[in-house]
Design a protein around this ligand. Structure first.
Ligand code: DQA
Length: 144
């Protein structure tokens, strides 16, 4: 089995394709999952891809990743800007973490400019749409 990457997606990302396509693009979350799976197979990574609208569920998955994953790739969505709980969980898990955003959060409303996750992420990719996920997986495969 290859190195295991847990790909976590936060609230409203299940609405991709319908939700503000001018900002987030036309691709659905299923398209992004397929992209991650294809890229993972090419790189020899085992990809566990998940989405939830619940902060506590993300915290539980991050806690479990200590035993079950070699790295986390997370798009915390709106929780990026609000969640000390996700920041703390990532810090406690001590698992290599890369953060990804479809949009360039620094170009948008001021409340999106700060991410609580960035302080505990080794790397951040934003503004590249779905490609950000596959680029992050490539970078993780090199690092692992
Ligand atoms: C997002 C950016 C966040 O500000 C927003 O709340 C999201 C998606 C992105 O991928 O660009 O839901 O994380």
């Amino acid at each position: 089995m290859g190195k295991r990457v847990l790909v976590l997606n936060g609230p409203n990302l299940n609405m991709l394709g319908i939700r503000e396509p001018g900002i987030y693009g036309a691709q659905t979350l299923a398209d992004i999952e397929n992209l991650c799976r294809t890229t993972g197979t090419e790189l020899g990574l085992t990809v566990d891809f998940r989405q939830t609208n619940h902060e506590g569920e993300l915290v539980t998955w991050i806690q479990q990743a200590r035993q079950t994953a070699d790295a986390i790739l997370i798009n915390p969505a709106a929780y990026s800007h609000t969640s000390v709980a996700i920041h703390d969980a990532l810090k406690a898990a001590g698992v290599l973490t890369y953060e990804v955003h479809l949009s360039n959060i620094h170009q948008r409303e001021p409340f999106r400019h700060h991410s609580y996750v960035s302080a505990v992420a080794t790397a951040v990719i934003c503004g590249l749409g779905a490609s950000g996920y596959s680029l992050a997986l490539r970078a993780l495969a090199e690092k692992l």
